[in-house]
Design a protein around this ligand. Structure first.
Ligand SMILES: [Fe+2]
Ligand SMILES: [Fe+2]
Length: 569
C-alpha cells in the first residue's frame, strides 16, 4: 500500500502518487511578499552566483533563522492543504539572472524511509516561472524508478537531459502563489535563466508526521548503511560537513541497513527512459494530467493518445431545438467575413444568453461523459453558405497556463450534417503532442511553416448532426470551405476542470515574444471586456514571459509529421 499522500485534495494526492508531483495554488500574494521581504532582509542576493541554496551558503544559525521564518509564513497555508505532516526545513533557491546552464535532472536526499513514508519538496517561485527564466521540469513517475538512498556520502544521480530523454520530461508554467510539490525521490531539473533577473524561489521540505527524519550514511568500511535519526537543527548545523561526505560527531544513535549496491552516479539517461517506459507502459497514451474531467478512462486514454474522439452526443430533437434557436435569432447573415459567432459578433448580453441556452439543452448529454468540469465558452459557430470563411490552420487561444497538466478539451457539434463540401472540421491527428505552449492573438503562430503539410495530412470529419468531435484544445485544426447553399451551423463548447484557473495573454513585443499574463475569473470570456480580437482583461497582471516558443522542438514535430500516414476523410 502506498504511504499516505499528505495532501488533502484527492486529485492532487493521486497525481503525487502516480506522477510524483502536482502544481497547486497554495499561497497568497501577501505571503509571497513576506517571503520576498525575508529574502532581502537576509541579503541573500549578495550570495548569489549561478544556482545557490541559501542553506548551503550560510552559517547554521543563519539557515535556521531563515528556515523558521519561512515556516512562520507558510505553515497556515500548508495546514490548509496538507495533513499528518511535519515541517522539516526551508530555504531559498536562487538561479542568478543570465545563467546559461541547466541544473541536471537529479533526486534530492532521502530524509525518510521512502518505502513507508512520504517526503516532499514544495518549490515556491516568487514570480511567474517558466522555461525561459529558470523554471523547473520533472520526469513523471521517476519517484518510483529506484528505491535508492541519497545523501552526502551516497551522492545523488545527476543526469543531463540529452535529446532521447527530452521528450519524456514535463515542464510547467507556475504562477505566483502556486507551487510545485514533488517527492524527494522524483527526478527534477531547472532550465537556464535567460532573463536578467535572479529567479528567486523558496523551497519547503515536509514529510509524514510519524516518519522521523533520517540521514542515510554510506559506510564503506563496515560495508553497511548507517541510518541516523536527526532533526532540522542538527541537519542545518552540519550541512556543509554532510555535503562533503563527512559525519558530524553529534550524530549518535543509528540503526544499520545493508549497503546499497546501486551506484547513484551510474544512473544514466537510458535508465530513466527505460524506467519511464516500464512505469507507464503504453507511452503513446501518456500525458501528465493531474486533473481529470472524463468519466470514462478509456475515452481519456484515447484523447491522450490521438487528441480527439467522435461521440454520438445529441438526439434529433435537441439538435432541432438548438438549430431553431439559432435560425430565429441569427438566421440572416450578420458578417461579411463568411463566418459568424455570437462570441464575437453579438452583444455581450446575447453572448451570455446563448451560452446558457446551449448548456441548458445539452447538460444531460454532457453529464454522461464529463465530471468535475466547467464550461468557460459555449457558442454557435457558423460558416455561411458559399463561403471559405477567413480562418486558416490554427490552434485556439489558450485559457490555461498548463494544458498538458490540466485538461482543456472542446466539443465541436454540427447542427446540420457535415461533409468536406460544407465546412467540416479538419484536424491534425496527435498534434496536441507538438508542444504545450500558450497560444494567443498577436504573436505569430509557431506552426505557420507547416500549413502545406497539414493540408496533406489532415483528417476531415464527415458527421451527422448531433455527433461531436471531442478534442484536446492544443490540436491543430480548421474547417473546409462551405461550397453549398446552406449555412453550416454548429456549436462548440470548451471544458476545463472546475479547479483550473483561467488566464489571458497579451503580446507586448512580437520580436522578443514577450507576453503579459493576466489571471481571469471563470466568467471572463462571457464578460463585456472580452472580444475575439483583444481578449485581455485589465485587472490582475501576474507577470510576463519571454520567448514562449523557445521550448518547441521543431525537429520532433517535423519527424512526427513525416511519420504520420496521410489520413483519408
Ligand atoms: Fe533538487
Ligand atoms: Fe478554432
Amino acid at each position: 500500500m502506498l504511504p499516505h499522500a499528505l495532501i488533502k485534495d484527492t486529485d492532487y494526492a493521486e497525481s503525487l502518487n502516480k506522477l510524483g508531483f502536482c502544481v497547486v495554488p497554495l499561497f497568497t500574494v501577501a505571503q509571497l511578499e513576506q517571503m520576498r521581504e525575508l529574502y532581502h532582509q537576509n541579503a541573500i542576493d549578495n550570495k548569489v552566483s549561478g544556482l545557490i541554496a541559501s542553506h548551503s551558503k550560510s552559517t547554521g544559525d543563519q539557515s535556521r533563522n531563515v528556515s523558521s521564518s519561512i515556516k512562520d509564513i507558510v505553515m497556515p497555508a500548508l495546514q490548509e492543504a496538507f495533513e499528518d505532516f511535519s515541517f522539516f526545513m526551508a530555504g531559498f533557491m536562487v538561479k542568478e539572472g543570465n545563467t546559461p546552464g541547466e541544473l541536471p535532472l537529479h533526486q534530492d536526499w532521502n530524509i525518510v524511509d521512502e518505502s513507508r513514508f512520504n517526503s516532499y519538496q514544495i518549490w515556491v517561485p516568487l514570480d511567474l516561472s517558466h522555461a525561459e527564466n529558470g523554471g523547473m521540469y520533472v520526469l513523471p513517475g521517476s519517484h518510483q524508478f529506484f528505491n535508492n538512498f541519497r545523501s552526502g556520502s551516497y551522492g545523488i544521480p545527476n543526469i543531463d537531459t540529452d535529446e532521447p530523454l527530452r521528450p519524456f520530461i514535463t515542464d510547467m508554467i507556475i504562477p505566483p502563489g502556486s507551487a510545485l510539490v514533488f517527492h524527494n525521490s522524483l527526478f527534477h531539473a531547472s532550465y537556464p535563466n535567460h532573463s536578467s533577473a535572479n529567479r528567486i524561489s523558496a523551497i519547503v521540505s515536509i514529510c509524514s508526521k510519524d516518519a522521523g527524519i533520517k540521514y542515510y550514511h554510506k559506510n564503506e568500511v563496515a560495508n553497511c548503511t548507517d541510518v541516523y535519526t536527526i532533526t532540522s537543527d542538527i541537519f542545518l548545523r552540519n550541512l556543509n560537513r554532510l555535503e562533503n561526505k563527512g559525519l558530524p560527531e553529534e550524530f549518535l544513535k543509528h540503526e544499520i541497513m545493508p549497503l546499497q549496491q546501486l551506484d547513484n552516479s551510474k544512473i544514466s539517461s537510458a535508465d530513466l527512459i527505460a524506467g519511464f517506459k516500464n512505469h507507464f507502459g503504453d507511452i503513446e497514451s501518456f500525458e501528465p494530467l493531474q486533473l481529470h474531467i472524463l468519466k470514462d478512462g478509456e475515452l481519456e486514454k484515447k484523447l491522450k493518445k490521438e487528441g480527439y474522439a467522435v461521440l454520438d452526443l445529441l438526439d434529433g430533437s435537441t439538435v432541432a431545438e438548438l438549430k431553431e434557436k439559432y435560425i430565429n435569432q441569427f438566421g440572416a447573415p450578420h458578417t461579411a467575413i463568411g463566418r459568424f459567432t455570437p462570441m464575437e459578433h453579438a452583444t455581450p448580453a446575447d453572448k451570455r444568453k446563448i451560452h446558457d441556452f446551449i448548456l441548458d439543452r445539452i447538460r444531460p448529454a454532457l453529464d454522461r461523459h464529463f465530471k468535475d468540469y466547467q464550461t468557460p465558452i459555449a457558442s454557435y459557430f457558423t460558416k455561411y453558405a458559399n463561403s471559405t470563411g477567413d480562418l486558416s490552420w490554427h490552434t485556439d487561444a489558450s485559457l490555461l497556463l498548463n494544458t498538458h497538466i490540466e485538461p482543456h478539451y472542446g466539443i465541436w457539434c454540427p447542427l446540420v450534417d457535415v461533409s468536406p463540401k460544407n465546412g467540416a472540421l479538419c484536424i491534425i491527428e496527435r498534434s496536441h503532442k507538438f508542444s504545450h505552449v500558450v497560444f494567443l492573438n498577436g504573436l505569430a503562430w509557431p506552426y505557420d511553416a507547416y500549413t502545406d503539410v497539414f493540408e496533406k495530412k489532415k483528417k476531415v470529419f464527415t458527421l451527422k448532426a448531433g455527433q461531436v468531435v471531442l478534442f484536446d484544445m492544443r490540436l491543430v485544426h480548421h474547417a473546409t470551405p462551405n461550397e453549398t447553399d446552406e449555412d453550416r451551423i454548429c456549436f462548440a463548447v470548451r471544458f476545463t476542470h472546475k479547479k483550473s484557473k483561467f488566464y489571458s495573454f497579451r503580446c507586448e513585443d512580437e520580436d522578443k515574444s514577450i507576453v503579459s499574463v493576466y489571471e481571469e475569473t471563470p466568467n471572463f470570456y462571457l464578460s463585456d471586456d472580452w472580444s475575439g480580437a483583444n481578449q485581455v482583461g485589465t485587472h490582475n497582471r501576474i507577470g510576463k514571459m519571454k520567448d514562449i516558443y523557445a521550448v518547441i522542438n521543431y525537429g520532433r514535430i517535423e519527424s512526427a509529421l513525416m511519420a504520420n500516414e496521410p489520413v483519408a476523410g
